[in-house]
Write a protein of this length. Structure first.
Length: 285
């Protein structure tokens, strides 16, 4: 028996840091969406627990002593009261430490795949609770649909229906650990501005997002100035309705109304910057 689960990238369309708890965790207001591009996790029956890495970005994980996919497997087995026995395969396409939830989405996909393989009757909320014990972003990645995030990222609610848009993701090949970006952040906190109404179309959607921002962009630019070049490359693409950094970076995104515009922009940037990671995909509803 083999079960495969798609692990889409998580893109924060805006991210406001609204406060900080006494324990040091920052409070957030964000809108997370999931384009149709990402990794894949496959689980098969086995006599023990193992993980095989593959895909264009696998080399970046080889040095890890304990991948999040394995952590998810052990956490799920503990919750179910069983031994963690499975052969896991991760096809790694998303860049590492890139602000698009690559590790968290892999962990969430592993929980789904193994719940099916082990025939567990755990619903999404139960799996999300297990995921939260591994990382703050696993619950939102478990949803794989437009989601408003609050608290430290654990307070989740459905976003209003969103119009169809295409996304172009661009990463300059720089790993940027999230804790370092938060540590470099200075200044006041921002008010929460949750999106509560359905935009009429892609242009209205982009306008609503333009009234918001990403409070982690400034510190990320200090740590990785190349991000400015990524934003500049997106800004000049025909049809780009909005360009911004996702999460803690260094991946940036552009929003486009049509697939043709997104793919044309992808080809243009790829010609100019052949060493960058570039991918286009439709936003999942």
């Amino acid at each position: 028996m083999s079960i495969s689960v798609f692990a889409p990238a998580k893109v924060n369309l805006y991210l406001h840091v609204t406060g900080r708890r006494a324990d040091g965790y920052h409070l957030l207001d964000s809108l997370a969406v999931f384009p149709k591009l990402g990794d894949e996790v496959r689980a098969e029956a086995a006599d023990d627990l193992s993980l095989t890495l593959g895909g264009p970005m696998a080399a970046g994980l080889q040095a890890e002593s304990d991948n999040i996919v394995l952590k998810a497997a052990r956490a799920l087995a503990t919750a179910a009261g069983i031994e963690p026995k499975a052969a896991l395969f991760l096809n790694k396409r998303l860049p590492i430490a890139s602000g698009i939830g690559g590790g968290s989405t892999d962990g969430a996909a592993a929980l789904r795949a193994l719940a099916g393989l082990w025939r567990l009757s755990f619903d999404e909320d139960k799996l999300a609770a297990i995921g939260l014990s591994i990382g703050a972003d696993l619950p939102v990645c478990m949803r794989k649909r437009p989601t408003r995030m609050a608290g430290i990222g654990e307070q989740l609610s459905d976003a209003p229906p969103l119009p169809k848009v295409w996304m172009l993701l661009v990463n300059p090949g720089v790993a940027l650990p999230t804790p370092s970006v938060f540590k470099a952040r200075v200044g006041d906190f921002s008010p929460a501005m949750p999106l509560t109404e359905t935009p009429a179309d892609a242009h209205a959607f982009a306008h609503a997002l333009s009234l918001r921002g990403n409070d982690l962009t400034a510190p990320a630019l200090i740590l990785a100035p190349v991000i400015a070049g990524v934003l500049d490359a997106l800004a000049v693409q025909p049809g780009c309705l909005l360009f911004r950094m996702s999460g803690s970076g260094a991946t940036c995104f552009g929003l486009f109304e049509t697939e043709t515009e997104a793919r044309s922009a992808s080809e243009a940037i790829a010609r100019a910057r052949p060493g960058w990671w570039i991918a286009a995909g439709e936003m999942q509803a």
